[in-house]
Design a protein around this ligand. Structure first.
Ligand code: COA
Length: 708
């Protein structure tokens, strides 16, 4: 099927079966014009001469969902154009001849809703079916909350919606969502047509009218209790999961038609709410972040990257090795001696075993992954590696020496990567013959779990090397954000003021536990003191010193963390930091007050300030926004939205708030400047002095995300 400029629906006939092919590259999203075309083609069909209808996607995907850009326009108040998807699907379901959905690759969101309005579903083995709307702060809005429970039961349906996780064709078949799985994708259409002919004599059954999979009595109560507790476990501070459950319940209690009406009203409510706008912003920001001008718009010769070397098997190196093994890559890990090699191997094995314990992979898969790991105490083992990732101790001389040796050992085309979180990468490349192939890939700990990788290029790094690093991130299913070289790179630099201002607030009388609760309630996974305990206070103090000296003119450092570290309270790993730890649980400790008092004494007993909870949130986050504006001004990021992507993926900033710049833009750039100025005047902190860039953006009336 040739690619088309505008969404189209092609109609063809194989004897008495009509085939409608939805054609809207790249993923057949249900754009307005596609809906108009589908509506029209369906009306034009003469069903009296038809035995069945097959709906298929052009290219290799069925339909990846409603058009998210259209949803974004609707959310900002634009009137909907074209037929309503819900009405269109009801008409398909009401067809007098059976309609069969032929699904390859993705049937997601509106795509699965379309497939469920068809009377049967035939899918390729590689197909994935899901309702990921909650991942966008929405709920299914075209019958998904009604038809899915009727097809596969309430518990499985609710789980698919609340987790946003698609299922594969085999699982969908087991659960009754798919009627036939086709082995070879090229046979999809012919097998769907044959299937349609076979089932055609039976009158088509509408999913919306089915009752056989819906539980009743105690079984229903249990299913709904489990659904509500899953929603409570996965989400906080947001209404959309509850709206989704309400729509499911309404359909069960009042019937499918009433359920559709409730679903529609709840969908519209979710669409207008802040989380949907924030999460849709992130959807597009994440895709934009993969595009790096001068890199991803160019073609480079394919660079081999199947064999990877990792230097250093500590927590970071082992985590990186695990992430690589999880992506089926061949890994050679180099450590200083045989004991360190064994320790690294055990660490990696432990990480992989945890995935087995959690049921994510089988023991056979785990064994296969571990078999792809070799270890050596000799750098010569890196001779045949396509990429070498250095994750040694944060010591400039050591890293420089390592890279010099590796340059002489590995092939001339091997990519040289450092995982440093603090050291100037240009400095590491200073003694290399070919610094063009050196760059940073800053993984976040634990590296096999956290999605973010900062890809750091120096002024010497060649675009082909950046392209290869981005390809590697894709293979690892990581979220890459490409940044320039500066102390702290992106995330650690924008979050530097967050930690500093947390210390400032504590020095000014805010209790650490109160501060943690306020930031947790805002939506952070944990407050700043708890994070500091988790990362290691000793590590934080060392990294803080590097950042403080790099940005000395605006650094504020409370003595509290150093006092705790000096007393051996270096965080969770030592059983004590700001909190005490018992079996991994953080417990309040009255002894902390003495350290807080000592820190305040060292600062000359500054007057205690009264902070409303909202002031604390603004203080800490505006420090972040101010530093983010410096990063934009310095050209460290390709575009401002990259900051939101990185902070959500790297710091667990709540996605339903869209990242610090989206959060700031909801208040408006002038508010940001005024509020920063207010804090800067009140506390006389250079850190809070609004940047010239911010002031210019505010006076132009531009959102921060739109300012380059
Ligand atoms: N609406 C509008 N555009 C969409 C879209 C949708 N539902 N799904 C994908 N796209 C666009 C992307 O923005 C991207 O555009 P770009 O090339 O201009 O950046 C392009 O299609 C390719 O998508 P991408 O995500 O880069 O491709 P992929 O192969 O990595 O992933 C999917 C494919 C389908 C898994 C992924 O795009 C996806 O999850 N889409 C959204 C599914 C969804 O949430 N549907 C429910 C909507 S309510």
């Amino acid at each position: 099927m040739p690619a088309t400029d505008s969404p189209q629906v092609h109609v063809s006939r194989t004897e008495d079966v009509a085939v409608l092919t939805l054609d809207n590259p790249p993923v057949n999203a249900l754009a307005e014009r596609l809906l108009v075309a589908l509506d029209q083609r369906l009306r034009e069909l003469d069903t009296s001469s038809l035995r069945a209808i097959v709906i298929v996607g052009a290219g290799d995907t069925f339909v990846a969902g409603a058009d998210i850009e259209r949803l974004q326009r609707l959310a900002s108040g634009h009137a909907p154009g074209g037929p309503s998807l819900g009405d269109l699907l009801n008409r398909i379901e009401g067809s007098t001849v059976p309609v069969v959905a032929a699904i390859d690759r993705h049937a997601l969101g509106g795509g699965l809703e379309l497939a469920m309005s068809c009377h049967y579903r035939v899918a390729t083995q590689r197909a994935r079916l899901g309702l990921p709307e909650l991942g966008l702060g929405l709920i299914p809005g075209a019958g998904g909350t009604q038809r899915l429970p009727r097809l596969i039961g309430v518990t499985d349906a609710a789980e698919m919606m609340l987790t946003s996780k698609p299922v594969d064709a085999a699982t969908a078949h087991d659960r009754g969502l798919v009627d036939l799985v086709v082995e070879d994708a090229k046979d999809l259409q012919s097998q769907a047509i044959a299937f349609a002919r076979d089932v055609a004599p039976e009158p088509p059954v509408a999913a919306l009218l089915r009752q056989d999979r819906l539980p009743a009595g105690a079984e229903l109560t249990n299913a709904l209790d489990a659904t509500r507790s899953l929603a409570a476990k996965r989400f906080r501070n947001v209404a959309f999961p509850t709206l989704c459950v309400e729509a499911i319940v309404a359909g069960i209690e009042q019937g499918g038609a009433a359920g559709l009406a409730v679903e529609r009203s709840r969908f519209e409510q979710a669409l207008r709410d802040e989380p949907a706008q924030a999460m849709i912003h992130l959807f597009f920001a994440e895709r934009a972040a993969r595009k790096v001008p001068g890199v991803t718009d160019r073609e480079f010769p394919e660079r081999p990257r199947g064999k990877i070397g990792v230097i250093g098997g500590g927590t970071m190196g082992s985590g990186i090795a695990t992430a690589l093994l999880n992506a089926s890559l061949d890994v050679c890990l180099v450590e200083v001696d045989a004991d360190a090699c064994d320790a690294a191997r055990n660490r990696v094995a432990g990480f992989i075993q945890r995935a087995v314990d959690k049921g994510r992979i089988s023991a056979t898969q785990a064994a296969k992954r571990l078999a792809a790991l070799s270890t050596s105490a000799d750098l010569q083992a890196l001779r045949d590696r396509d990429v070498v990732i250095e994750a040694a101790t944060e010591d400039v001389a050591l890293k420089q020496a390592l890279f010099q040796q590796v340059e002489g050992i590995a092939s001339r085309s091997a990519l040289l990567v450092t995982n440093t979180s603090t050291i100037d990468i240009a400095h590491l490349g200073g003694k290399l013959e070919s610094p063009a192939r050196l760059l940073g890939m800053h993984f976040f700990s634990p590296a096999h779990i956290m999605p973010l990788v900062e890809v750091i290029r120096t002024k010497d790094t060649e675009p082909a090397a950046v392209a290869a690093a981005l390809d590697l991130c894709k293979q690892l299913r990581k979220t890459p954000v490409t940044v320039g070289n500066c102390p702290g790179f992106l995330v650690n630099r924008v979050f530097m003021p967050y930690g500093q201002l947390a210390g400032f607030a504590i020095d000014r009388g805010v209790h650490p536990y109160h501060l943690d609760r306020v930031m947790y309630d805002f939506g952070m996974p944990m407050g700043p003191c708890r994070v500091s305990d988790l990362a290691g206070i000793d590590v934080g103090v060392a990294a803080g010193q590097i950042l403080d000296s790099a940005y000395a003119k605006r650094a504020y450092r409370s003595p509290l963390r150093r006092l705790l570290a000096d007393a051996g309270r270096i965080g969770q790993k030592a059983g004590a930091g700001h909190y005490l730890y018992e079996n991994g649980k953080a417990i309040h400790d009255a002894d902390l007050d003495a350290y807080v008092e000592a820190a305040r004494a060292q600062q000359g007993h500054p007057s205690a300030e009264k902070f409303a909870d909202e002031d604390l949130v603004d203080l800490l986050l505006l420090g972040v926004v101010n530093e983010a504006s410096r990063i934009v001004e310095d050209g460290i990021v390709v575009r401002p939205s990259d900051i939101d992507v990185a902070v959500c993926a790297g710091m667990g900033f709540p996605r339903y708030r869209g990242g610090p710049l989206h959060w700031a833009d909801r208040h408006g750039s002038q508010w940001v400047v005024d509020r920063l100025q207010h804090f800067a005047d009140r506390f006389e902190l250079p850190l809070l002095q609004p940047t010239e860039h911010l002031k210019a953006v505010a006076s132009a009336g531009t959102p921060l995300l739109a300012a380059g």
